[in-house]
Design a protein around this ligand. Structure first.
Ligand code: PRP
Ligand code: URA
Length: 206
């Protein structure tokens, strides 16, 4: 399943994020805020256990999250999506996956993975603002499945139709949550109209 956000706040913030005049500080702020909003939508089906809670006025029926959540940012650009989501779910574990796209082949090259031998979380949220060819997301989900992860969701900001198709074809069980699906990829694998290079724009390296 692919979920494209319909939320007005997401549309508003995405427009600011795309703007070529948005400086890295503001860009990082927007990535953080969009990540929180998109994660809110992506986690609507998390499991709950009922519990009672004592209030100053009596006893109330409540609930607590039952599943251990893993946040899996794809380096570098996924890093900017971690902090805001983590504030909402402070009990989450964060496992970094380092991949970069080879500029010539557009294939992902793996450079960092410190996952322990068996899975420590029940739900994995893969975080990467950009789903372009889909190579990085497909590889990351593959790594998580080899680890033994059973429930995986992809949370991104912008996607190209090509990336959505690739991720769905390779991992049809992984729901995709994004702010928007754009028109197409250009001849160097960039999303059009997109927002440029999400890593460079966050880290001021463009
Ligand atoms: C960008 C982006 C994704 C990837 C998407 O990272 O953050 O990880 O490209 O492209 P794909 O869907 O075609 O794989 P990049 O490789 O530029 O690395 P960086 O985040 O370190 O800049
Ligand atoms: N990575 C980016 O940062 N931007 C794109 O448009 C495609 C891949």
């Amino acid at each position: 399943m692919v979920y494209e956000s319909k939320h007005p706040l997401v549309k508003h913030k995405l427009t600011l994020l795309r703007d070529v005049a948005t400086e890295p500080k503001k860009f990082r702020e927007l990535v953080r805020e969009l990540a929180i909003l998109l994660c809110y939508e992506a986690t609507a089906d998390l499991g709950l256990s009922e519990m009672m809670v004592e209030t100053p006025m009596g006893t109330a029926a409540g609930a607590h999250l039952t599943e251990k959540i893993g946040l899996i940012p794809i380096l570098r650009a996924g890093l900017g999506m971690v902090e805001g989501i983590w504030e909402m779910m402070p009990g989450a574990e964060v496992w970094h996956i380092g991949l970069y796209r080879d500029e010539r082949t557009l294939k992902p090259v793996s450079y960092y993975n410190k996952l322990p031998t068996s899975p420590t979380v029940q739900v994995c949220l893969v975080l990467d603002p950009m789903l372009a060819t889909g190579g990085s997301a497909v590889a990351t989900v593959g790594i998580l499945k080899n680890w033994g992860a059973e429930r995986i969701k992809f949370v991104g900001i912008l996607a190209a139709p090509e990336g959505v198709r690739a991720l769905q074809a390779a991992h049809p069980d992984v729901p995709i949550h994004v702010a928007q699906i754009d028109s197409h990829l250009n001849n160097i694998g960039y999303i059009v109209p997109g927002l440029g290079d999400a890593g460079d724009r966050q880290f001021g390296t463009g």
